[in-house]
Design a protein around this ligand. Structure first.
Ligand code: ADP
Ligand code: MG
Length: 363
């Protein structure tokens, strides 16, 4: 079976985008336009269509709806195809609700296509913020492993329950904590096992993507930094019990896999401390493309890849390599740029679809 891809899109009243029909091809689609013309908005509309939410945090309908429109309703109409089957998928959103239609029948399901969104700020956030790294691993691992998603949910509920007992101290709370600690210890071991195997799998692809995209050999690895890295269930339970009195004073659980962090190692060094911004960007992109390869290994199909203006900090040779890499890959990619040199390189790709946006007008 061929890969499903977005072939047509029409958006009405979505931010500054004009309501024209846009066609995409199954490979590279370049979105050109100066700053503030609507490139990111177009990626956002496509992301919303597939994921039913924005990639921008806390985005409400009020922000998405065109500020000047008369009828406050956003319409997203699209056609997806794998060259054998054609699916129409539409959404109507207003302030109160959103409705989705597959082949004109109401549906609650999303399109059966996964998406990866890459934006220019993520590399920096990934290198500097521990909660971002933790989140990155949790979301990306949950995306490819249902078991991980389930166990993480169970862990988080157990943790909430424990924290509640710690802060409210109802009758009999000590016994209840003893029971929940057993569960937390069991879930923690499974979580660590999943994380370790995910990081091992990623590592195999990481070095390869770095070498192919950036034409250099470096070892790249995400290393798990967890207080319970090699602990048994019994040891975790003992640890929870030994820190209980302090947890009771502050009213929440301080130590646990919910505090796990990751060290990004570049040739063995912590890449945040050791690498230039450009190298950090290359490492981060290699990690994402490694993830995309791992995704394909697991699901036998690629996700759709949205890349928003990542050319900053990369020199000419590096983006040429990146473009060659994308060209050789068999996934649908939408890539935006406002950088003239990067644009020139993208324009050279004959098979690529070129989309120009000026003040929300798409041509
Ligand atoms: N709800 C909205 N209605 C109309 N225009 C909007 C809305 N939200 C943002 N915009 C406009 O979208 C533009 C930013 O678009 P964006 O896609 O981020 O640009 P870029 O091409 O640089 O990626 C701004 O000019 C802003 O005025
Ligand atoms: Mg933008």
């Amino acid at each position: 079976m061929h890969q499903l891809y977005l072939s047509k899109l029409q958006v009405t009243n979505f931010r500054n985008l004009q309501s024209s029909i846009i066609s995409f091809n199954s490979g590279i689609n370049c979105i050109f336009g100066d700053n503030g013309n609507g490139k990111t908005n177009l990626l956002e509309a496509i992301y919303y269509l597939v994921q039913h939410k924005s990639f921008r945090k806390n985005t409400s309908f009020q922000q998405l709806i065109n500020v000047e429109c008369e009828n406050p309703e956003i319409i997203l109409s699209s056609v997806f195809t794998n060259n054998e089957e054609i699916v129409s998928y539409n959404g109507r959103l207003n302030n109160l609700k959103s409705e989705w239609f597959k082949n004109n029948e109401p549906t609650k399901k999303k399109v059966e296509l996964k998406q990866i969104f890459i934006n220019p700020f993520d590399s920096f956030a990934f290198h500097t913020t521990s909660s971002f790294r933790r989140n990155w691993v949790d979301t990306h691992l949950s995306f490819i492993s249902k078991e991980y998603k389930q166990i993480l949910n169970k862990y988080n509920s157990a943790l909430r329950f424990r924290n509640n007992l710690l802060s409210k101290k109802p009758n009999d709370y000590r016994n209840q904590i003893a029971v929940i600690d057993k569960q937390i210890a069991e879930y923690s071991c499974i979580i660590i096992k999943h994380k370790k195997s995910f990081l091992n799998e990623l590592k195999e692809y990481c070095e390869l993507t770095f070498k192919i995209i950036f034409d250099e050999v470096h070892s790249l690895e995400l290393e798990l930094d967890s207080i319970f890295l090699n602990s048994t269930e019994e040891e975790i339970e003992l640890h929870l019990q030994s820190t209980l009195e302090k947890d009771l004073i502050i009213g929440h659980t301080r130590a646990g896999v919910h505090r796990d962090d990751y060290i990004f190692r570049f040739d063995g060094y912590n890449s945040f401390e050791y690498c230039s911004l450009g190298q950090q960007k290359m490492s981060f992109l290699s990690l994402i493309f490694a993830y995309i390869e791992l995704f394909r290994y697991k699901f036998k199909t690629y996700p759709m890849v949205l890349i928003d203006d990542v050319s900053g900090e990369l020199d000419g040779r590096r983006w040429k390599n990146l473009i060659n890499y994308l060209e050789a890959k068999k996934f649908q990619v939408l890539i935006t740029t406002a950088n003239d040199n990067f644009k020139k390189e993208l324009e050279k790709i004959e098979e690529a679809k070129k989309i120009f946006i000026e003040d929300g007008n798409i041509s």
